[in-house]
Design a protein around this ligand. Structure first.
Ligand SMILES: [Zn+2]
Length: 330
């Protein structure tokens, strides 16, 4: 593959993934094989809309040394595993897509999937948990791929999908999300929303105290809020951005403000979640994250699975995220 074309393909893919909602913000990453011994990958933490061909990073497969203006994605090891194992892998996509993340937490073994779909995905497997960017995660993904699977669920994290080219990899991530969506179990409680008038009053009262507060009122967030239960981090991105848990309070502005004084998100009964952040991009990310976290929590509960990230791992990820974040902002 010619390097110039590969760089452009990666940028196009990032933007397409954003458009389809399969990735958000700077989450996930994309790579393309150049030849037998090298590949190109998206840089770490750069917005897909701002990523230009010259921002893409070159990585040598045998030494893992890289060249570029930016650091490569911290998940480069996961991509490298795919290129090492599969001669037919030409393009690799890693996402934190909603429905597949939920199935990775519960229901993988009992998933309703036809053999034709399995084949279209190039085989499916599940990788054990490892902290993001760590060797353990790379090795776990590698052993899952050693079964021949080109589509791998990364437990508590997301998925990685290999294709012979961009087209096949994109088709696979989309097909995977469709299959996982029909395998979601959200319980049978329909979202019970507060009347629009009451919800608006509540949000404005919260905004009086916290002007950067915003509503995340998707169906999953509203359904979860009806349970009046604390949501514990099940996925790495939630642990990073929201910490170990998000509490749930009654529909009271006072209670919501109190909860938000100690954290960036709270579930509020009948309303969904209320998030706060100074940066509008961060607010958007928190809204997506609270909705995805609620979706996953509803699904695991309906499946009767107790899934919670370990306290030490969660604290570590939160710490690293905050440190990186303050550096970036600085
Ligand atoms: Zn990831």
């Amino acid at each position: 593959m010619e390097e110039k074309i590969a760089r452009e393909l990666i940028c196009d893919t990032g933007r397409e993934l954003l458009k389809t909602g399969l990735v958000a913000r700077t989450w996930g990453n994309v790579s393309c094989r150049l030849d037998k011994s090298s590949f190109l990958i998206t840089p770490s933490g750069l917005d897909y809309l701002k990523t230009m061909p010259e921002d893409i990073v070159y990585v040598d497969l045998s030494t893992m040394e890289w060249e570029g203006k930016h650091k490569p994605s911290s998940e480069k090891g996961v991509h490298a595993a795919a290129y090492e194992l599969f001669d037919d892998a030409g393009f690799v996509i890693h996402t934190h897509q909603n429905c597949a993340s939920a199935i990775g937490l519960a229901g993988f073994d009992s998933m309703d999937i036809t053999s034709a779909e399995r084949e279209a995905l190039g085989g499916v497997a599940k990788a054990e948990y490892g902290l993001p960017g760590m060797k353990k995660l790379k090795n776990a993904v590698k052993s899952a791929m050693q079964t021949g699977a080109h589509t791998v669920f990364m437990v508590n994290h997301g998925v990685v999908v290999c294709g012979s080219d961009k087209k096949q990899a994109m088709e696979r991530v989309q097909l995977l999300e469709d299959i996982c969506r029909r395998n979601l179990h959200l319980g049978n409680a329909a979202p019970k929303r507060l009347s629009e008038k009451k919800a608006t009053e509540l949000i404005s009262a919260v905004r009086q105290e916290i002007p950067t507060a915003e509503l995340s009122g998707g169906d999953a967030a509203v359904m979860w809020s009806g349970k009046r239960k604390t949501l514990h981090a099940q996925l790495d991105d939630m642990a990073q951005m929201l910490g170990s848990h998000v509490p749930c309070v009654r529909a009271s502005a006072k209670k919501a403000v109190k909860a938000l004084s100690a954290r960036d998100a709270v579930f509020v009964q009948g309303v969904g979640a209320i998030v706060k952040a100074d940066d509008p991009d961060d607010r958007e990310a928190l809204k997506l994250l609270t909705e995805k976290s609620a979706l996953c929590a509803l699904h695991t509960e309906a499946m009767g699975a107790k899934v919670k990230l370990g306290a030490v791992d969660t604290a570590l990820m939160r710490f690293v995220y905050k440190k990186k974040y303050s550096k970036r902002k600085g």
